[in-house]
Design a protein around this ligand. Structure first.
Ligand SMILES: *Cc1c(COP(=O)(O)O)cnc(C)c1O
Length: 234
C-alpha cells in the first residue's frame, strides 16, 4: 500500500468545489440540485460534505440510513431514499425520508402514502424510477407504464409527484447515453404538462452528470465523485 497515494487524494470539500464549478461552467440554464449519495459512507464523511454546503443526501439501505440519521439529527439534512423498496420497509421509509426517488409500482406508492398520512407529516416527495435502457435486472417502470403510475401517485394524499429518476445502463457510450437522457427529458416534459407539481428530472451520477445536465437533468446523484471509492462491504 502506498501512503503517498492516500495523501494525494482530494478532500471531500475539494471534490465538492470541483463538481460545483464544473456544473456552473455549463451553459445549461436550469437549476440543479446536487444530491450526495452517501451509501456505505460514515456519518463523519457526511458531516464534512455538509460543512462544505451539501444539504441533500441519498441513501440506498434503510437500516444504514436510520443509524446515520440518528447521529446527524443536529443537521438540517434533506434525505432521499434512492434504493430498491421492499413493501415491508415502506412504513419506515415514509416516516424517515423527505424524498423517495425509486417508486416503481402502485403497491409501493399506496403503502408509502398511507404511512406518510399516518405519520402526520407533509406529503412525501416522490419520483418514478424509469428503466429507460430496458435492462432485465434493473428496477424501474417501463416507459409505457409511466403515465399510469403517475396518475396513481397524483391521487395519493400522502405523496406529491415531483418527477422521474433513472439509472441508465452503465455500458452505454456517450452517444447512446444522450439518446436515453433525451427520452427521459421528453417524458419529463409530458409529465410536467399534466401535473404542475412535477419539477424534478433526476439523472446523472459521478461519470455522467455533466452529460445529464446538458440533456436537462435538474437533480444529479453523486457518490464516488464526492466521497471517493466505496468500500465493497459496509
Ligand atoms: C450509488 C448510486 C448513485 C451514485 O453512484 P456514483 O457512481 O458513486 O456517483 C446514484 N444513484 C443511485 C440510485 C445509486 O444507487
Amino acid at each position: 500500500m502506498s501512503t503517498q497515494s492516500t495523501i494525494l487524494q482530494p478532500t471531500i470539500p475539494q471534490r465538492i468545489e470541483a463538481i460545483s464549478k464544473a456544473i456552473e461552467s455549463l451553459p445549461s440554464s436550469q437549476e440543479v440540485t446536487l444530491v450526495a449519495v452517501s451509501k456505505t459512507q460514515t456519518s463523519e464523511a457526511i458531516r464534512m460534505a455538509y460543512q462544505a454546503g451539501i444539504r441533500h443526501y441519498g441513501e440506498n439501505y434503510l437500516q444504514e440510513a436510520l443509524t446515520k440519521q440518528i447521529h446527524l439529527s443536529d443537521l438540517e439534512i434533506v434525505w432521499h431514499f434512492i434504493g430498491p423498496i421492499q413493501s415491508n420497509k415502506t412504513q419506515l421509509i415514509a416516516q424517515h425520508f423527505d424524498w423517495v426517488e425509486s417508486v416503481d409500482r402502485e403497491k409501493i406508492a399506496t403503502r408509502l402514502s398511507e404511512a406518510r398520512i399516518t405519520s402526520g407529516k407533509t406529503p412525501l416527495s416522490v419520483c418514478i424510477q424509469v428503466n429507460i435502457s430496458h435492462e432485465e435486472s434493473k428496477s424501474g417502470v417501463a416507459e409505457g407504464d409511466i403515465l399510469g403510475l403517475a396518475k396513481v401517485i397524483s391521487q395519493c394524499g400522502g405523496l406529491v409527484l415531483r418527477g422521474l429518476m433513472t439509472i441508465p445502463d452503465p455500458t452505454l457510450n456517450e452517444t447512446e447515453l444522450r439518446v436515453q437522457f433525451k427520452k427521459m427529458k421528453n417524458w419529463f416534459d409530458q409529465l410536467q404538462y399534466l401535473y404542475p407539481t412535477v419539477d424534478t428530472l433526476s439523472m446523472g451520477m459521478t461519470h455522467d452528470y455533466l452529460v445529464a445536465i446538458e440533456e436537462g437533468a435538474t437533480l444529479v446523484r453523486i457518490g464516488t465523485g464526492i466521497f471517493g471509492v466505496r468500500e465493497k462491504n459496509k
